[in-house]
Design a protein around this ligand. Structure first.
Ligand code: SF4
Length: 375
């Protein structure tokens, strides 16, 4: 239990809330999802904003809503169409869960995002933070959000040391967030806390001179604004080496393979890991490399149906590429394989190299394609 609470008294708390809300109403950034109270739009924005900057998310958000303007439209869509619209945002499990949740909402909640916190929490891809954000912003429900921005603000206000994500510390932060919450303006309050963290109380060099709640900040009084929150220990990166074949026929067409299916993932664990590196989306034929990229790729291609002819084809190497996916650092040795006729593999899809975006492909696949086209 911390002996320090900010602000101390109920009166101070009222002043604190009114300063922060007043600041938010004057300075909040204009964002398309702030012009609506539709829970579907707010939900979509919250999912897109996980791991993605606001400016990058806006065009995706607008395109997504043009194509799938309602929960029902999303529930009835082909998964591949959803993933194609998501391509470039990364973390594709977010898109898959979004659609799974939309289907559950149609089947169990009559197409309306549930108003009950526990029911919202039971949907795929919805955790405490997302449920609290959607229900407070759409319906004014009294749930305090706690994400990285809010945690940082509270950690500085209360001068909390240690790893904020550690279980008991995170729970204490959640209690503080609940205590600070202005329940008569829950949606605005939550957005104000997040906005303060995103624009003023930033990870590096917080701008305390313009902070509306600077008077209440213990880290500022103690000269700790630059050192709090303390750094987390990072997971050591896992290094992966991939060899990739970019087939190219005289018409400029190539071949991509589909993501591994759940059933085949069990059978072929190694292929499954590989598929995860491509975010379980369409990808060029690829093999994990242990020793020699060229030899292992040739061997892999010979095992893929219809690619026996590869033994005669030349593998022209591209400059090495690097890519990071969560904690994995991937080195890619890609080869252009010029062929008169593309291998007729059963599951592959043949398409022009400059039209890869017509399938759901990951950032890694697009990076490899750009390198091959540049060559
Ligand atoms: S005074 Fe500085 S450190 Fe404290 S809450 Fe405001 S911006 Fe953050």
């Amino acid at each position: 239990m911390r002996e320090w609470r900010v602000p101390h008294s109920d009166q101070d708390l009222q002043k604190f809330r009114s300063k922060l809300l007043g600041w938010f109403h004057r300075h909040q950034r204009d964002m398309p999802w702030r012009r609506t109270r539709d829970p579907y739009c707010i939900w979509l924005s919250e999912i897109m904003l996980q791991q993605t900057r606001v400016a990058a998310a806006i065009p995706y958000y607008e395109r997504f809503l043009e194509t799938f303007p309602s929960v029902r439209a999303l529930a009835g869509a082909e998964e591949e169409d959803v993933l194609r619209l998501w391509a470039g945002l990364g973390y594709y499990s977010r898109a898959r869960n979004l659609q799974r949740a939309a289907r559950e909402i149609v089947e169990r909640h009559g197409g309306e995002f549930p108003r009950d916190f526990a029911a919202a929490l039971a949907l795929p891809g919805i955790g405490n933070y997302t449920a609290a954000a959607i229900l407070s912003i759409a319906h004014g429900a009294p749930h305090a959000v706690l994400d990285g921005n809010v945690a940082r603000v509270i950690a500085r206000l209360e001068a909390i040391r240690g790893d904020l994500r550690e279980g008991s510390r995170w729970r204490a932060l959640q209690t503080s967030a609940g205590r600070l919450l202005d329940i008569s303006h829950a949606g605005d309050w939550n957005q104000a806390m997040m906005e303060l963290g995103a624009t003023v109380c930033t990870p590096r060099a917080p701008n305390c001179a313009v902070c509306p709640v600077a008077e209440s900040c213990r880290a500022r009084k103690l000269g700790l604004t630059e050192t709090l929150p303390e750094k987390r220990r990072k997971r050591a990166p896992e290094k992966v080496h991939l060899a990739v074949a970019v087939f190219l026929d005289p018409a400029g067409k190539t071949i991509l393979f589909p993501p591994a299916k759940a059933a085949s993932r069990k059978k072929e664990e190694r292929n499954s890991e590989l598929s995860a590196l491509f975010s379980r989306l369409w990808h060029f034929p690829a093999a994990a490399v242990r020793k020699d990229a060229r030899t292992e790729l040739r061997r892999h291609l010979q095992t893929v149906g219809g690619m026996q002819m590869i033994s005669a084809a030349k593998l022209l190497p591209l400059p090495p590429l690097r890519h990071a996916v969560t904690y994995r650092e991937i080195t890619i040795t890609a080869f252009v394989v010029r062929v008169k006729e593309l291998p007729g593999a059963r599951t592959g899809r043949v398409l022009p190299m400059n039209k890869l975006h017509s399938l759901a492909v990951s950032g890694l696949t697009r990076k490899i394609a750009r390198a091959a086209l540049a060559r």
